[in-house]
Design a protein around this ligand. Structure first.
Ligand code: CAA
Length: 283
């Protein structure tokens, strides 16, 4: 099956990035938000990213204009009616995701594939509210989507070989490298990343070293692009806490138990870059 039209639910940081890479590849894209303000904000971010790609010499102005022309923003689920694949990138709330999957299953054509960009929630539970479990999978992108080369596929016990093959062709068309994991919390990358980030907060809380020294140690000692506390600010402390809680809930293993400081920083509104303050100040 050739994919032509891609739907994206949510035009936040991840949704706008997914919509952008799809449009740049040549797909027609419908991206949906819950209100005008969020839709406008997401489309503005997307437009800026296209402009930045031109400024960096990664695409021509003509290519950016063509990509922009392929993107259609909407508030209406009905506009997914002729999508071949829909990627859900809404907030990490299972009840909301189940509502979205129920609605999508009713609207999209019988052949269409439904995917979630969830970083930790159970994809099988989302599939369970549809009548097309064989056509549901996780397609987990990484932030910033236009830059990060990986897609992590999450295959449930219901996902068919045909769906996986179509997903692989889609990922390859976007120029991404793909890995596949079973539907367990954290999949591959977050299963390893989250305990590392939680341990970083623990050693910082214990006073082992300053935050700058912890970050410099990892950046220069291991050649990572960002130190772990900078990465936590980048991912969002609330997002990291949410994933940790979901993993702890499933595994009941202390490796995934959030340290007190992380939970308190989130309660205090220190969410990282997006709130202007996390471990570092961005104001
Ligand atoms: N959109 C588009 N392009 C971007 C971008 C964005 N938001 N941010 C950076 N870039 C591009 C730049 O244009 C630049 O491209 P060129 O080199 O081709 O000109 C390149 O990325 C490098 O950018 P900068 O020079 O501005 O900055 P940098 O060298 O510090 O790189 C970074 C920035 C790519 C974000 C790098 O620091 C990095 O890779 N950090 C780690 C990111 C990471 O780990 N992401 C995964 C988070 S976990 C996740 O997403 C999953 C989850 O479930 C939680």
């Amino acid at each position: 099956m050739g994919l032509r039209r891609i739907g994206v639910v949510g035009c936040g940081l991840m949704g706008s990035g997914i919509a952008e890479v799809c449009a740049r590849t040549g797909y027609d894209v419908v991206v949906r938000e819950v209100n005008d303000e969020l839709l406008q904000k997401g489309l503005d971010r997307l437009r800026q990213s296209l402009t930045r790609a031109v400024a960096r010499g990664k695409s021509t102005q003509e290519q950016a204009d063509q990509a922009w022309a392929r993107i259609h923003g909407t508030l209406n689920f009905a506009e997914f009616a002729d999508c071949d694949l829909v990627v859900e990138a809404a907030i990490e709330n299972m009840d909301l995701k189940k509502q979205i999957f129920t609605e999508l299953d009713r609207i999209v054509p019988p052949h269409a594939i439904l995917a979630s960009n969830t970083s930790s929630l159970c994809v099988t539970e989302m599939a369970s509210v549809t009548r097309r479990g064989d056509k549901v999978l996780g397609i987990h992108f990484f932030n910033p989507v236009p830059v990060m080369p990986l897609i992590e596929f999450v295959r449930t016990i219901l996902t068919s070989d045909t769906t996986m093959e179509i997903a692989r062709q889609f990922g390859a068309s976007l120029g991404k490298t793909m890995v596949t994991a079973k539907d367990t919390p954290g999949f591959i990358v977050n299963r390893l990343l989250i305990p590392y980030l939680l341990d970083t907060v623990r050693i910082y809380e214990d006073g082992l070293a300053t935050k700058e020294d912890i970050d410099t140690g990892i950046k220069l000692g291991l050649n990572h692009p960002m130190g772990p506390l900078t990465l936590l600010d980048f991912v969002g402390l609330d997002t990291a806490l949410f994933i940790a809680d979901a993993m702890y809930e499933e595994y009941k293993d202390s490796r995934y138990a959030a340290p007190p400081l992380l939970r308190r920083m989130v309660l205090a509104g220190y969410l990282g870059r997006k709130s202007g303050k996390g471990f570092y100040d961005y104001s």
